[in-house]
Design a binder for this molecule. Structure first.
Ligand code: URP
Ligand code: ZN
Ligand code: ZN
Length: 473
């Protein structure tokens, strides 16, 4: 197997940093060595097939984005990135594993939906991938199929308290699914917003002629995120199901998660870059129909209420455990524009899979989180949360050689002149400047990004079977 030596870099983990060389043999890391080490008298820098000089740079485990929706059918259209374009863009941004969602529609057999998603992804991905299972129709057959998921290498499933008539589950269905999830050792993931109440507000706003994208954020009030988060926590409490709440945006929802964790419950929260940087006023409230670019659920929150500051704080205190993107891109032309004159018809979703590592590194540059916390929330915790740790999320002997070399003295201008690689006709992050740069990305031992060049190949990414959650208390 060809060997690669990464020399001279600062290797950063979730718990510290050290000067070390990394030796890769084929697809795996075989050793972390004192810089300049010799093995049996041989200087490794002279004997390795490839030597990568990482002097002055950080060497970190490849990013894991645990919440993406490639080719997701949603809002009367389909997310514009497929597994080929989406995983290529992810690689550009230093993400080497995604966990996407197999979508069971109402009336469909759960097993069939999983088979469909395997077919869509197989042979298409540039980086490794796995699936969570969306359960869009909780019934006896679905619950039985849930019990089989661990045999398929899938250890998490997702329910929606939002989107009545689409993916929505009522409390009785949630209770039954959680009972099954708890018995089966699955992580229950929850989109926590009170969908029926949102629908009432949507109708009332539209009747009043309030049709602009801004009103998407008004209809999806924080009270309805807090209430649903609390309800999900209580149902999880009752059933003993571990609970992972996706795309948390409201500070009041964070408080519910923190309170449950203080009671010793296995309750976790994910946030996304958009809830750390963007707001109801500045983005959703942009002039004309422009705000449609940022229509996503949960929605962007009011900066006058300081949700964004609270979210950074929650990342520091571990009240929120990790950052994923909820990458669900739609173009303005032909997709988002379906909602001109009716915000409820704008397909929900933002594309960020390419920018998560950079956007979160900016938190390090701005002094909001430490370098180690950056690694933890973007790679190590996602690996532990979803049963990948050991193979992914860590630079250690035996782990997959998924490595990012990050240059803290580099610079990244996001989105300018459509320089991103996502299949979108705009960027939700246009104009963001990052004080750092993804230099080199290695996916299972193969260099896929080399200083601005893409060397990856569709089909090199493999489906990764996952163990149960490794983060439980
Ligand atoms: O706006 C979003 N989040 N779109 C994707 C579907 C979901 O709710 O995760
Ligand atoms: Zn959701
Ligand atoms: Zn999502």
């Amino acid at each position: 197997m060809p060997t690669t030596l990464i020399t001279g870099g600062t290797v950063v983990s979730s718990t510290g940093r050290t000067s070390a060389d990394i030796l890769i043999d084929g697809e795996r890391i075989v050793a972390l060595l004192e810089p300049g080490s010799t093995v049996l008298g041989a200087n490794l820098a002279e004997t390795a097939d490839t030597v990568i000089d990482a002097t002055g740079k950080y060497v970190v485990p490849g990013g894991i984005d645990a919440h993406t929706h490639m080719s997701m059918p949603f809002g009367g259209t389909t997310a514009s990135d497929d597994f080929e374009t989406g995983t290529r863009a992810a690689a550009w941004g230093g993400t080497t594993t995604i966990i996407d969602f197999a979508v069971q529609k109402f009336g469909e057999r759960l097993q069939d939906s999983l088979a469909t998603w395997h077919k869509m992804a197989e042979g298409q991905c540039a980086i490794d991938y796995s699936f969570h299972q969306i359960v869009g129709d909780v019934n006896n057959a679905s619950l039985q199929a849930l019990r089989e998921l661990p045999n398929e290498g899938i250890t998490s499933y997702k329910l929606f308290m939002a989107y009545p008539g689409v993916f929505y589950s009522d409390d009785a269905q949630i209770l039954r699914a959680m009972q099954t999830g708890a018995e089966t050792g699955l992580m229950t993931m929850m989109h926590a917003e009170n969908g029926p109440a949102i629908d009432v507000l949507v109708s009332q706003l539209l009747e009043q002629g309030k049709t602009d994208p801004y009103y998407h954020g008004i209809a999806r009030a924080w009270q309805l995120e807090e209430e649903a988060t609390h309800r999900a926590i209580m149902l999880a409490d009752l059933t003993g199901a571990p609970l992972y709440v996706v795309h948390v945006s409201a500070k009041q929802a964070v408080a519910q998660l923190a309170a449950a964790r203080d009671r010793g419950r296995n309750v976790f929260g994910e946030t996304c870059p958009q809830y750390l940087y963007l707001s109801l006023e500045d983005q959703l409230g942009a002039p004309g129909f422009e705000g449609a670019k940022w229509v996503c659920s949960t929605p962007l929150r009011a900066k006058e209420d300081h949700h964004q500051d609270h979210m950074w704080q929650a990342l520091r205190t571990n009240d929120i455990q990790m950052v994923a993107t909820d990458h669900c891109p739609f173009c303005m032309k032909g997709q988002k524009d379906m909602g001109i004159g009716d915000f409820s018809k704008i397909p929900n979703g933002i594309g960020s899979v390419e920018h998560r590592m950079d956007l979160m590194y900016q938190g390090v540059a701005d002094g909001k989180i430490t370098l180690e916390r950056w690694v933890e929330i973007t790679s190590t915790t996602p690996a532990r949360m979803f049963g990948l740790y050991g193979r992914k999320g860590v630079l250690a002997p035996g782990a997959d050689a998924d490595v990012v070399i990050y240059d803290p003295s580099g610079h990244t201008s996001i989105g300018l002149n459509k320089t991103h690689h996502m299949n979108m006709d705009h960027s939700a992050w246009e104009g963001y400047e990052i004080d750092g740069h993804v230099d080199t990305v290695i996916s299972r031992g193969k260099v896929v990004i080399d200083d601005g060049k893409y060397l990856g190949r569709k089909g090199d990414g493999r489906f990764v079977r996952r163990d149960p959650c490794q983060y439980l208390i």
